[in-house]
Ligand binder design. Sequence first.
Ligand code: C2E
Ligand code: CA
Ligand code: CA
Length: 434
Amino acid sequence: MIGFPSPARLKGLKPSAASVRVEPSDCLVLVEIGNFAVLRRHLGQLRANELIANVAASVARLVPGSEATVVSRERFEWSPACRSTQALDRVLRKVEAAFEPPFSIDGQLFDVDLMIGAAIRTSPDVDQVRLIEEAEQALCEARIERTPISREVASSTASVDRIALSKDLAGAIADGQMFLHYQPKVHLRRQSITSVEALIRWQHPVRGLVSPADFIPIAEESRDIVALTLWTIRQVIADQSVMVAKGHDLRVFINIAAALLADARFVRRACALVESGGTKIGFEITETSVIRDPESAITHLKMFAEMGIEIAIDDYGAGLSSLAYLKKLPASELKIDKLFITQLTSSNRDPLIVRSTIDLAHALEMEVVAEGVETPSALALLSVMGCDMAQGYLISRPLALDALMTFMEENSQVGLPAQAPTPLARLAGVGKGG
Ligand code: C2E
Ligand code: CA
Ligand code: CA
């Protein structure tokens, strides 16, 4: 006997799945049994299939009058009435607390590991589809972060944009609407630019310049990210041959989205392109992308590293960081997220985090890049802390290829006295002791 009353007796639970959708409501919570496969092994198929209805009923009882609808063997939708994001967060904490202790199934104790993603509508023009999409995104995040995630959905404009943008995206690559900017990374001790990061831009015929922060997540969702990244690799190789002809032999780092690292077909195509290009390439990846599917991610990263592609770990500290994985990755660079760098000189905590991250990376024989360096004082502090490289608006904004080459030419005499009227002159004197 499972330790929950039978669903039929429970008020608030709609036991049948596919036929019923939740009523349009201001708040939608998706709850998934994260360890369903393990529980099924213990319980057997029949009892495992009953489990979700019982969990849903128990959750629904936490907020009297709320309704839960089972949508699959491991997932249900729930719409507790919450008037604010704070109220929703309180409800989610209540659910978390209720399922913290193991519960009894036929006298045996089991942990039911709930993954919870929620969305709350704070504006009437947000439609139900958008609410569901946002809750689904929150659930994806919750699986990675292993904590309930809620999202506030304020207006439906973004949703219309998302749909419209995703329609335009595939054609945009073929139409030549994409282009690259390059942002230099400065090596502090050598006082020279050793590499640049390629950052993609979309010149939309109607909307104008669209930020990658807006379209990369859409491209990941629609799988256009594969074509987009292969295009980027080709474009970087072409741009590099222009740079080499002008005497600038720089490694170019390309951002590789999380979804691609486990995609064997993408990896094969990327390797073939880089191999035929014969130029110096690096890939920036995030730890989160490794955590999704560690085995294939690490195998693929090793393939890249063996081909001479340098691996940088991007946005370090922003997401879930795991020392266990960090040690296993064939990475040569660790990029500290700009979150910690932009407030470096105004926060008490951030300098400690940055300092210990630099020491950790050095212990693992990686070089450290600080991104988001915006002020001379941050640069000076980073240099004292032993940071190896810096990237940010202080040194240069991301630049078109021509502007990058001009920047390189103007700064070819880095390390000369500070009178030189070049952006890198501000580096003179910084980091010379290291
Ligand atoms: P990211 O990889 O963390 O890139 C750094 C972002 O910070 C860039 O924004 C850059 O312009 C910005 N940035 C640089 N210096 C500073 C600074 O001093 N202060 C501040 N506040 N920001 C600075 P951008 O170009 O808008 O890119 C946003 C994100 O989009 C990137 O974050 C990356 O995750 C993604 N992205 C960009 N290009 C690509 C691409 O080709 N492929 C993939 N998969 N993702 C890309
Ligand atoms: Ca990056
Ligand atoms: Ca970054």
